[in-house]
Design a protein around this ligand. Structure first.
Ligand SMILES: *Cc1c(COP(=O)(O)O)cnc(C)c1O
Length: 355
């Protein structure tokens, strides 16, 4: 696909342009519209050699944790916040399991807007909370779950001139579809199969939109956590529960669109257990050198569970960075090894065969 690298595309920075500048001809922005960007997108696509060997197909990892705030949410947020500025909004708001909050807070700070985020109390990963607070958002810890938070903000924006930047906002999907463009640009065509974690189902909807705009039709395989799998059961889940906090969602906002993507691509929405998610999470970090957050490993967990199913080339979308959730990482990893400042003692530990 053609990329526009106009001289003005750098917006005062160096390196690659943000995704609005890169894909403006496929996005609802004119050349003189305001752009709020942190040079998101253009994330690495890495061949996973061990995973490929294991499933007998070429497996690529789309590393969305390399976005400016550490998740794919930045793709949608550059568009949603730019549009909010264009519309004259002074504030943005979202309900969030964490990453939307971190991203909204950063882009609001960048664009000079106020930001409020509503998160489920005690249920968001430490890194995400630190980000939202550091970027100056007003953080509301709701004594309820994500679905209740989303229902509340949807009502709130009916009464106040605040832009809602959840993925019910059409600009979010517009921005997120650019990840499909990048895959097509780099691979020369679409993959045979895309494995992707599903929460609110905005991202799977956006990828399908992007592929469809290019006339591509990879098989879309969406993975939910067993304890939060409404799309698998065909009914909302009242109390969603999973270690993968980013996809702890019981009533996805993009339900119909996600199911349409499955029908259109001969794909499926399936469930993986927390144990399967955590096994994939550890394998990616220790076996491929790629540290993602637990939710991000759901697609790889699905690939390991079901196999390549005849696909020759698979892309797994790793939605967020592992540093977002240090608590889960430390709970899953080996313990640190205490040692006296003595050469022999250090030597014994360093050279002993690993377990
Ligand atoms: C938001 C998010 C998801 C889920 O994306 P949806 O668009 O809600 O389906 C998955 N993984 C991570 C890390 C996320 O932040």
């Amino acid at each position: 696909m053609s990329q526009s690298h106009a001289p003005c595309a750098q917006r005062g920075g160096h390196g690659h342009p943000g995704l609005i500048d890169r894909y403006r001809n496929r996005l609802p922005f004119d050349s003189d519209d305001p752009v709020v960007s942190l040079q998101e997108g253009s994330t690495p696509l890495v061949l996973a050699e061990r995973l490929s060997e294991r499933v007998g197909a070429e497996v690529w990892l789309k590393i969305e944790g390399a976005n400016p705030t550490g998740s794919f949410k930045d793709r949608g947020m550059t568009c949603a916040v730019s549009a909010a500025v264009r519309e004259g909004a002074e504030a943005v708001i979202c309900a969030s399991t964490g990453n939307t909050a971190a991203s909204a807070a950063a882009y609001a700070a960048r664009g000079g807007l106020r930001c409020a985020v509503i998160v489920p109390e005690g249920k968001i990963a430490t890194g995400k909370l630190a980000q939202a607070l550091m970027h100056g958002a007003r953080v509301v810890a709701l004594r309820g779950n994500f679905d209740q938070a989303l229902a509340l903000v949807r009502e709130l924006v009916q009464r106040h001139p605040i832009a809602l930047v959840n993925s019910v906002n059409e600009f979010r999907l517009q921005g997120q579809k650019t990840a499909a463009f990048e895959l097509a640009d780099e691979l020369g065509e679409g993959p045979d199969t895309l494995c992707i974690p599903v929460g609110n189902a905005g991202n799977v909807t956006a990828y399908w939109k992007g592929f469809s705009e290019l006339g591509l039709s990879p098989r879309m395989l969406g993975y939910q956590a067993e304890g939060a799998a409404p799309l698998v059961h065909g009914a909302p889940v009242a109390d969603p529960e999973t270690v993968a906090s980013a996809i702890r969602i019981g009533d996805p906002a993009r339900w119909e669109e996600a199911m349409a993507a499955m029908t259109g691509s001969s794909g499926a929405i399936r469930a993986v257990s927390d144990d399967e998610i955590l096994a994939a999470y550890r394998l990616l970090a220790a076996g491929e050198g790629v540290f993602c957050e637990p939710a991000s490993a759901a697609g790889v967990a699905g690939l390991l569970k079901y196999g390549a199913e005849g696909a020759e080339r698979v892309v797994c979308v790793l939605t967020g960075h592992g540093l977002k959730d240090p608590q889960t990482a430390l709970a899953q990893a080996e313990a640190v090894i205490p040692c006296e400042p003595d050469l022999a003692a250090v030597e014994r530990i360093v050279t002993s065969p690993s377990a």
